[in-house]
Every structure is written in C-alpha cells, then in structure tokens.
Design a protein around this ligand. Structure first.
Ligand code: FAD
Ligand code: THG
Length: 810
C-alpha cells in the first residue's frame, strides 16, 4: 500500500542523519508504504561518524519506563532478524547487572520486578551464579546479580546498513557527504531541506541528527532540549584467559558506574564515573576535520584512572592487560533521560527523533513511523514527547544542568519520588513563604516546588500508630502524611493546587470545539463543571480534564500536562483562543467536613449545597480576594478549589488561614492528597491510564456521552469489544505491607499485570494499589512482588471510600 498525501501526491520525507535512528526510520517508513524517502547524511557511509559509528551496542532492556522497555524489546526482536554477511545483528549473550552493596542487591530485586511487569525474562542470581556467567569476576566483591538471558549486543552499524539497504530496495535513497544547512518553511509548514549540495523539497522532515539535534532545531527555529556529553570507552590489550571470546554476557557494575563487554579476546569498558564532559554541538568538527570522527574526542586518561582501578578490582585478570585504546565518545542527554520525539506544532511536518540509544532505536523508529502514517503511535509516548517540557524546562541553563545530572546519575539507585537537586527552586506558588514557615518538605514536579507534608503537623502524627516501613518506602514519606489525611477527613485542610495546569478557552466557537474534542457533554449552563476525557482517534486517553463553563464563551480547563495545551492548539479553529493561565494564577483546595464552616463567613454569597451544588462554579470573594470557586474535590471531601490571580494568592492563603484557626485548619501536602484520591478511586492520568487505554477498561465510561454528537475517538469507542483487561483496585492484605507502583501482579501464580499507582489508605488502614489485570471479581486473591517478596492482595470493590458520597454531597 503506497502512502498518498492530501492531493493524491506522494509525500516526500527527508530524514536528517543516517545513524541508527535515521536508518531504522527509513526502514519502518518504507515498510509502511512511504516511497519518497531521502536520508541526508553529512558523513560518508557506511560509518558516517555520529554516535552510532562507535557504539559498543549493549542492550539492557529493563527500564522503569514501560515504553522504553518495550522499545528495547522490539529492537532486540528486529535486530535478531537482520543479517549482514550471514551474521545476525544481535547477539543474545545475556545481561548481568552486579550488586556489590546490599542497597544495590535490593535494587536488583526491584529491577527484576520491573522486568516481570514489562514481560522481560530475568532472575536475581547468587554470587556463585554470577561467577559462572562471568569467570573473571572477583567472587569476594559480588553479592549477587540480575541475569537477563535475552539481553545482549546490538551490532549497530551492520543493523543500520541492513535497514538502509532494505529501505533503498523499497525506493528510498541515501545521500551521504551532504550537510544540511537550513530548513525551509512556509505558512507554519516545512517545505524543504537546504544542503551544501542543493535543496531537497519535503513535506515531512525528521531530524534524526543525534546530538546535532539542537543545530538542526535552530535551523527550524526550535530549541531541542538535549545536551551532548562525552562518555569514556576503552578496550584492553588481549587477555590470555581461556574464556576470551566465549560470549560473555554484557555486564554492569553500577556501584562504580561501569559497564563491560567482550571484543573477541579483549574487554571493552565504559565509564560514567568521570566528571560530565559537555560538548557544544555547534562547534563539533566536520567529518574531514575531525581527528577520528566528529563524535569521538581524545581519550582523557586522568578521567579514566579511577575507573581502571575499579575495573581491575572487579575483574582481577585485567591487571595483566592495559588500555590499548580509548576515546571520549559523544552522545545525547536530556533533562529527564528520555528521548525527544514528535512533530513540532509550530512547524508542521517537522519531526524530532533525538536522544535515542541504540537500545531503543528500532522501537522509537517504529513509533515515529506509526505516528507519521496513522496519526498516532501504538505505544504511549507521553514520557518521550517534546511537548512534555514546560517552557522553563527548555532554557539552555536548565537543560545543561539537568542533562549533566542525568549523566552523573545514570546508574544511581533512583527512588521514584526522588527530586532532582538543581536548579531549585524554579517555580513556586504564591504561598511559598508560608509553606516554608510551616516546614514544608518539598518534592518537585513539572518544575514546581510541591509540599509533600508539613513538619508543623508533626504533633498531630504523634498519637497515631502506623506500621513501620521498610527503608525504601520510608523515603520521601513521613507519618505526618497520615495525620494530614486524617485532618482532611475529620476537619479541614488547605492544599496548594497551583501546579494543577489551567487552560482558558474563549471565543464564540469554544463550546463546539470542546464538544468535538472531548467525551462528556459540556453543553450546560454557565456555572457548571464537567469531568471529561480527551481521546485520540483510537479512543486512547490523552488526558482527563475538568471543564468549567464560566461564561457562555469562556471555559476554564483543569488539565494534566503541557501536551494537553499542544493538543488543543493543534485542533483549535481560528475563532477561539486557547492559552495556559497556570503561571499567572493560583489555586487552593479547601477540603474537609468543616470546609463550609471555614469559607462561608468569608463571603456574602451563599455557598450552601442548594446554592452551589457539586461540580458547580461561581465567581465570589473570599475576604478581599476575588476568586473563582469550583465545588469539586480530588480528595473526596466537601469543599472548593479557589482560584485567583498570582498577585492575590498570599492574601487568599492568609485569609483562609486566619479564619481557619478556630476550626483547626492545617496545610496538607501531596502525600496525603495521593492517599485520599486513591481511597476515592480517582485515577491519575499518566500513571493509571494513558493513550494505551480506553475509557471503559479504565473505569471512566461515566465520562463518555455517546449520544451528544460526534467527538474525537467516538467511532473507535463504538467498535470496541468487551475489555480484556481492567484498571483494578487492589488492597494489600497485610496492613503493614506497602507497594509504590510498577510492581508485577500475579494471579494464580502467573504474571498477569502490573501496578500503576499505589499508596497507603490511611482511612482504610491498608495500602491501595491500582493495577492493569484481566477482569477479576472483587474478592479474588492475587499477589504483588515487592523487592522479590510476594505480598498478598485482594481485588476490591470500588470505590473503597464513601460509595454513597455522604462526605461530598452535603
Ligand atoms: P547518530 O549516530 O549520531 O546519527 C546522527 C547522524 O546525523 C550522524 O551520522 C551525523 O553525521 C548526522 N548529521 C548531523 N548533523 C547533520 C547535518 N547537518 N547534515 C547531515 N547529517 C547530519 N547506546 C546503547 O544503546 N548501548 C550502548 O552500549 C551504548 N554505548 C555507547 C558508548 C559510547 C562511547 C557512546 C558515545 C554512545 C553509546 N550509546 C550506546 C549511545 C548511542 O550510541 C547513541 O545514542 C545512538 O547511536 C544515537 O543514534 P542516532 O542515530 O540518534 O545518532
Ligand atoms: N481539579 C481540577 N481539574 C483537574 C483535576 C483536579 N484536572 C486534571 C485531573 N485533576 C483530573 N482528574 C479528576 C479525577 C476525578 C475527579 C476530578 C478530576 C472527580 N471525579 C468525580 C467522580 O469520579 O466521581 C466526579 C465525576 C463526575 O461527576 O462526573 O471529582 O483535581 N479542577
């Protein structure tokens, strides 16, 4: 099937860069019927001098990101089927991650859990078993390892060549020694690629330029948030042991930031232990001027010295060898370690496929090709899309600092809640000074400082008895959260909701536009609020939103990520305006049984249930502060979200705080917040459900109105059969047990799904875990693997808390 454009013409694609990503993409596109595909490469083929040209090709598939793990699995599968000169492009020598500290050994159990969740075979093995797999190891150093038999070595250059040849056989062409110098555009669309050998007209341009991404981005007027860093790789002189060339597994010694592979009778050593060595992509030498190749800088021996000591300590036979050759090889790092993918809204037809490891290259290429062909990828890419970054997260200083941090932390044991250290604080709400006074323990999200609990509430926690926590789940957690949750259920608490993204849609076409874009019926009177879903064409959930109709033609949307704004802007007609008002505004959630006692005296308007019902909004005043009050609550208690402009935020906080003293008001943080929403069964987009899930299986069918007229995803919803999996609420049987998310779930002893989000339900006295599982009856026993231990859990009836809504409807 050949791809045709809008006017029947064959669309022209130019891919910039013939590294592994560009070559995989040429193959994936031509396999999908794209015929006019040109790969433009500045260096000479078949080894043009980018990162791929010297990649040692280790493929460890296990990753906290399900998406990256699946992409890696696809790379393994695909490269295994590619052959060059009779040799497969993947060697399944297996992978071994070592533990030399108890903390690492525990973490390997956690990684084994991740592997099981994402369907990767692997097992934590003893030190003796490690020695069998890698006889050169010093047995005394090793406590155990994580063995993944299906991991191994990708032969990146042959894989690139094989895929490019296949693409060429389908009509693609590759022009090497041709440097892209400009991107042409007209009317917000890309029209061509300018090179030192002429211009290539194009309807789509994909920048697969690796660490040169920012250079190509600048030609297109886009900041590409990645930083090239050099990373040291060295090979030893030959090793005279009988095991040389025997197919040793790829090896990681993360406690010393090292990895190893065999090169016939030599050992290759990669190190992340050295200082970050940033490279300016704008000053990288051209191929002909580079000493070796553009991505290879001279080896700095001093930087490698400690790693050599660590390497010989782990592998004593290496002491009889020396470093034969080494180099500082350059590749891309991003602020969060994830790739940068997607079409740029401001320049239609211009796509990014950058900051991709060989490990994920085929999976990334497949996803981008699907996206270009069908309008959406088949995997959830929200962690990889360019649109995930906030404006402040794309400044060069931010990117440099965070990307260098990613380099340093690449093998660190990272807790899922662990906040990055710098640059902080970046974004703060107007209540920040008060939060500090109250001893807020801040974590970070989307650049925002977010209180997780307040030390000021410590006395409230003293009388509570909570089960003790293991070291891991006790991190970034405090028993104070339990006291804050209790105070919210029993009295009243203030929550800083400022980081909750707010969009404003105005103009005569607003209602029609939002009706067409989301699932619920929004054609209600001004003053109504509706919970609704943003779906893609295949009915995958792109976001869940609250839409408040504040005036006939003015809507305020409570959204999730910057991608939501991008999505709306892509589809918005000219007669409406859509903008992000988050930064200029703020929000306090006032929730708890005493919320009305606190707030009503501060306003002359009637806030009774009769006057302002559930999911209703109104403009009013709280003391001197004009606010928009929305009667809804993600924590499942009576109360309002109170919005005002940023300048008035502190006055709003102080007014509520002063009035709340006689009611015992507290400030409460996100740790309690997450517990309360789990008890209430409210889903968190990006954790519980993503574009890979549809509303019904996610338990969100109530937000879909099939009879309201057409909307994006409606047709796909109609075609859906009975769900084969469900987002399922589980409670852990042992009141002292906890899980945190992403753990594998076993039904009848078989791996059957994975935990999405989890937290302790303080009202319930048990940990709650949501999980994707085959449909199961409430009461079904299952178990969850937590650090290699099986913990019993039971399928629960939802909602776990207040099914009759007595806490809210009063
Ligand atoms: P590249 O291979 O850099 O390709 C980009 C191409 O774009 C280049 O060929 C370049 O010449 C071309 N280009 C740039 N600008 C222009 C222009 N203006 N005009 C025309 N062409 C242009 N990954 C793993 O998965 N496992 C590993 O074990 C591993 N080890 C590594 C070890 C080292 C020492 C290094 C440096 C990297 C390692 N990586 C590893 C990372 C991996 O090599 C890269 O992430 C990957 O190769 C990037 O592929 P790419 O196609 O995006 O980029
Ligand atoms: N507040 C506001 N907007 C938001 C959120 C929020 N947008 C993003 C995210 N959070 C959306 N998530 C939810 C999830 C559940 C509810 C509200 C926002 C909720 N659900 C009720 C229920 O499921 O019973 C009511 C649904 C209904 O009546 O249709 O309250 O926190 N502003």
């Amino acid at each position: 099937m050949a791809i045709r454009g809008d006017r029947g013409a064959v669309p022209r694609v130019v891919i910039v860069g013939a590294g592994i990503v560009g070559c995989c993409l040429a193959d994936e596109l031509t396999a999908r019927g794209w015929t006019d595909v040109t790969v433009v490469e500045q260096g000479p083929m078949p080894a043009p001098g980018g990162s791929t040209s010297h990649a040692p090709g280790l493929v460890f598939r296990t990753n906290p990101s399900k998406t990256l793990s699946e992409m890696a699995s696809y790379t393994v599968e695909k490269f295994s089927s590619l052959h060059v000169d009779g040799q497969p492009c993947f060697d399944p020598v297996g992978g071994l991650e070592l533990a030399t500290t108890p903390a690492r050994l525990a973490d390997l159990h956690r990684r084994a859990g991740l592997a099981a969740s994402w369907g990767i075979e692997g097992e934590v093995v003893s030190a003796d078993a490690c020695l069998k797999l890698w006889p050169l190891l010093d047995r005394d150093l090793v406590l155990g390892g994580f063995h993944t038999p299906g991991d191994g070595l990708a032969h990146a250059l042959p894989a690139a060549r094989a895929q490019l040849e296949r693409a060429t056989a389908r009509g693609a062409r590759c022009v090497d020694r041709t440097t892209v110098t400009g991107i042409e555009q007209r009317g917000g669309r890309v029209t061509g690629v300018v090179t030192d050998r002429g211009t290539f007209p194009a309807d789509h341009v994909v920048s697969a330029a690796g660490f040169w991404g920012p250079v190509i981005g600048r030609m297109a007027g886009i900041d590409v948030p990645l930083l090239p860093l050099a990373h040291q790789y060295a090979r030893t002189t030959p090793l005279d042991t009988p095991r040389g060339g025997a197919g040793l597994p790829i090896l990681r010694h993360q406690d010393r930031d090292l990895y190893f592979r065999e090169h016939a009778d030599r050992i290759g050593i990669g190190s992340y232990a050295h200082r970050p060595l940033p490279v300016d992509p704008f000053t990288v030498p051209r191929y002909d001027e580079a000493p070796v190749m553009p991505s290879s800088y001279p080896f700095t021996e001093d930087d490698f010295a400690p790693s050599w000591e660590d390497a010989t300590a782990l592998l004593p036979p290496l002491a009889k060898t020396r470093i034969h050759e080494g180099f500082n090889g350059v590749f891309s790092f991003t602020p969060d370690g994830m790739p940068v993918l997607g079409e740029v809204r401001q320049l239609r037809g211009f796509w990014l496929a950058e900051a991709v490891w060989v490990t994920h290259s085929a999976g990334v290429a497949k996803a981008v090709a699907e996206w270009m062909t069908e309008g959406r990828p088949s995997v959830d890419l929200h962690e990889c899309e360019l649109t995930r970054f906030e404006t402040a997260q794309r400044s060069p200083a931010y990117v440099e600092e965070r990307a260098a941090r990613q380099f340093i932390e690449v093998y660190d044991i990272i807790h899922p809640l662990q906040p990055p250290e710098q640059p902080r604080p970046l974004r703060v709400s107007p209540f920040y000074a008060r939060q500090i006074e109250l001893g807020a323990h801040f974590l970070e999200g989307g650049g925002w400082e977010r209180p997780h609990w307040y030390e000021a509430n410590a006395p409230l926690a003293e009388p509570l008895t909570l089960p003790p926590r293991d070291d891991w789940s006790a991190r970034h957690w405090s028993p104070i959260a339990a006291a804050e949750a209790k105070a919210t259920r029993e009295k009243v608490a203030l929550y800083d909701m400022t980081p909750l993204r707010r969009l404003e849609v105005t103009g005569p076409g607003s209602l029609e536009f939002l009706q067409r874009t989301t699932t619920n019926n929004l054609a209600k009177k001004p003053g109504s609020v509706t919970y609704t879903l943003l779906l893609d064409e295949a009915a995958g959930i792109l976001s869940d939103l609250t839409v408040a109709r504040l005036e006939e033609h003015r809507f305020q949307i409570g959204a999730n990520s910057p991608a939501d704004l991008d999505r709306l802007l892509r589809h918005a007609p000219d007669d409406i305006e859509t903008r992000d008002i988050t930064a200029g505004t703020c929000c306090i959630g006032v929730w708890g049984p005493l919320a009305r006692d606190l707030v009503q005296p501060l306003t002359r308007d009637d806030l009774s249930h009769q006057a302002l019902g559930y999911f209703k909004a109104t403009q009013t005043h709280i003391g001197p502060v004009p606010v928009t009050a929305m009667r809804l609550s993600y924590v499942g208690e009576l109360g309002w979200e109170l919005y005002t402009t940023a300048d008035l935020g502190l006055a709003l906080w102080d007014t509520l705080w002063a009035a709340g003293q006689r009611h015992g008001v507290i400030a409460a943080g996100r740790s309690a917040f997450n517990s309360l929403r789990l008890e209430k069964g409210y889903r968190a987009w990006g954790h519980d459900m993503t574009a890979e899930h549809t509303p019904y299986e996610s338990g969100l069918g109530f937000a879909v109105r099939m009879n309201k007229g057409d909307f994006t995803g409606r047709e796909a919803l109609e075609a859906l059969g009975e769900p084969t999996r469900r987002l399922t609420a589980l409670t852990l049987d042992d009141p002292a047990a906890v899980v945190l998310g992403k753990e594998p779930v076993y039904v009848d002893g078989l791996p059957s799904g994975y935990v999405t989000s989890a937290g302790y339900g303080y009202t319930l006295g048990r940990c709650i875990a949501y999980a994707w599982l085959p449909p199961l009856e409430p009461g079904t026993p299952v178990h969850i693997d937590y650090f290699g231990e099986k913990t019993a859990a039971t399928v629960a009836q939802e909602p776990l808390f207040d099914p009759r809504m007595t806490h809210i409807l009063k």
